[in-house]
Design a protein around this ligand. Structure first.
Ligand SMILES: Cc1cc2nc3c(=O)[nH]c(=O)nc-3n(C[C@H](O)[C@H](O)[C@H](O)COP(=O)(O)OP(=O)(O)OC[C@H]3O[C@@H](n4cnc5c(N)ncnc54)[C@H](O)[C@@H]3O)c2cc1C
Length: 364
C-alpha cells in the first residue's frame, strides 16, 4: 500500500465531505444550510450558557467562605436571659455534607453578617437539628447533612452588637452566612473508619461496640469556658467523631446554661467519649479553689508519634494535644495570654504541668 503524506489525506477528506457536499450545492440551498448551521450554533451556545448559569447559581447557593448565602432562622430556643440556640436552615438545600467532609479532624466556624452595621461575627455550628415533635435537639445522622441545617449556641453580652441583634430577630427571618472557616486541624489518618455514634440515636443501649480502627486513636485535652464548650461538642458530636478520648474541662456559671445541650454532654461522659470535669462558679464561688480543682486534674502531655497499628482501646488515656477555648482571661490562666491574636508563649497552668508550644493551641 502506498503511504500518502498527511496533508494530502486531509485535503482529500475536505474534498470528499466538505467541498462536494456543501460548496457544490446550489447557492440558495447553501444559504439555507448556513442559516440552519448558524441557528444550531446559537442554540448550542445558548443552551450551554443556560446550563452553565444554572450550575453557577447552584454553586453560589452552597455555603462558601467567599460569599454569603441566605439562611432562615427555623427555630429559636431561649435558655436563659443570656444564652439561646438558633437552628439555621439554608433557603437552598445544601448538596455538600460538611459534617462528613470535615469529620472530627477540622474545627470549623461560620461567619454571620450583621447588615445594619456591616460587621461579621464567627459562630461554631453543631451537627444538630430541632426535633419538630418533641421540641428537643437531635443529632444529624451519618450520611445526611440535614439539607444544610445546623444549630448555633450563642451567648449575648450586655453591650455586644451581633449576638443581641441575632436574639432580637424573629422566627423565619433570613440572615447571611458564609464559611466554613477551619480554626484548627487535627491529624487525619487516611483510610481510617468512622467512629460509631449509635448512642446519640438510641440512649437505651448499654454500651457501644468498640470500633476496630486501623490506627491507634490519639487522645486530646480541651479546656473550655463559656461558649468555648461548643468547639469541643462539635468534634465530639459530628459524623465520624473524635476516635480517642477527650479530657474535657468546662468552666461555667452553671451547667444549666447549656439548656438542651446538657444531655449530650452527659451522654458523651456516660459512653466513655470524654473524661469530664465541670466547674460551676454558682457552686464554688472562690476562684482560687476552682483553679485548684482544674490544676489537680490537668493530665500530663504524651508525645505524639504519628499513626501506629491499632492495638485496642487506649488502656491509659494520654492526651497528645491541649486545645484551650474561652474568654481571654481564662485562656491566660490556663495557658498564658494570646498576644495580638497570635498564640503567644505557653504559660499558666499548662506550662507548669509540662505542656509546651508544640502541643498546646489557644483557639480564638
Ligand atoms: C472561631 C470563633 C467561633 C465562635 N463561636 C461562637 C459560638 O459558637 N457562640 C458564641 O456565642 N460566640 C462565639 N464566638 C464569639 C462571637 O464571634 C462573638 O465574639 C460574640 O457573639 C460577641 O459578639 P457581639 O457582637 O455580640 O459582641 P461585641 O460587640 O463584639 O462585644 C461587645 C462587648 O461584649 C463583651 N464580650 C464580647 N465577647 C465576649 C467574650 N467572649 N467574653 C466576655 N465578654 C465578651 C465585651 O464586653 C465586649 O466589649 C466565636 C468566636 C470565634 C472567633
Amino acid at each position: 500500500m502506498k503511504l500518502r503524506p498527511p496533508t494530502l489525506l486531509i485535503k482529500n477528506y475536505y474534498k470528499r465531505c466538505y467541498s462536494h457536499r456543501f460548496t457544490q450545492l446550489p447557492q440558495e440551498r447553501r444559504i439555507r444550510l448556513s442559516g440552519v448551521l448558524m441557528m444550531g450554533a446559537i442554540g448550542v451556545s445558548a443552551l450551554s450558557y443556560y446550563y452553565y448559569s444554572i450550575l453557577r447559581q447552584q454553586q453560589s447557593q452552597e455555603l462558601s467562605p467567599t460569599h454569603f448565602i441566605p439562611y432562615k432562622i427555623s427555630h429559636k430556643i431561649d435558655i436563659d436571659p443570656s444564652h439561646f440556640l438558633l437552628e439555621l436552615t439554608p433557603l437552598q438545600r445544601q448538596k455538600v455534607n460538611l459534617w462528613s467532609q470535615m469529620g472530627s479532624e477540622h474545627l470549623w466556624s461560620v461567619e454571620v453578617k450583621q447588615p445594619e452595621i456591616m460587621v461579621v461575627r464567627s459562630y461554631t455550628p453543631l451537627p444538630l437539628q430541632v426535633d419538630e415533635n418533641q421540641r428537643e435537639l437531635k443529632a444529624i445522622p451519618d450520611g445526611s447533612n440535614g439539607d444544610g441545617k445546623f444549630v448555633l449556641y450563642v451567648k449575648q453580652y450586655g453591650n455586644g452588637e451581633v449576638a443581641r441583634w441575632l436574639h432580637r430577630l424573629p422566627l423565619g427571618h433570613t440572615i447571611d452566612v458564609r464559611g466554613p472557616f477551619v480554626e484548627y486541624e487535627l491529624p487525619k489518618y487516611e483510610g481510617e473508619i468512622s467512629r460509631n455514634r449509635d448512642f446519640l440515636f438510641n440512649d437505651e443501649i448499654s454500651s457501644t461496640e468498640e470500633d476496630k480502627f486501623k490506627y491507634q486513636p490519639f487522645d486530646i485535652a480541651m479546656f473550655t469556658a463559656g461558649t468555648g464548650i461548643v468547639s469541643a461538642l462539635q468534634i465530639l458530636l459530628t459524623e465520624s467523631p473524635l476516635r480517642g478520648k477527650m479530657h474535657l474541662r468546662y468552666s461555667c456559671g452553671s451547667v444549666d446554661v447549656l439548656g438542651p445541650l446538657k444531655p449530650f454532654l452527659y451522654q458523651l461522659h456516660r459512653y466513655g467519649r470524654i473524661d469530664l470535669q465541670v466547674l460551676e462558679s454558682s457552686k464554688e464561688s472562690n476562684v482560687s479553689k476552682r483553679q485548684q480543682k482544674i490544676w489537680d486534674q490537668i493530665p500530663s502531655p504524651t508525645n505524639y508519634l504519628g499513626p501506629s497499628n491499632y492495638l485496642g482501646p487506649n488502656k491509659i488515656s494520654s492526651p497528645v494535644l491541649a486545645l484551650v477555648c474561652g474568654p481571654e482571661r481564662y485562656i491566660a490562666d490556663i495557658s498564658g495570654p494570646r498576644i495580638n491574636l497570635a498564640q503567644g508563649p505557653i504559660g499558666g497552668m499548662l506550662k507548669a504541668k509540662g505542656w509546651t508550644e508544640g502541643n498546646v493551641y489557644k483557639l480564638s
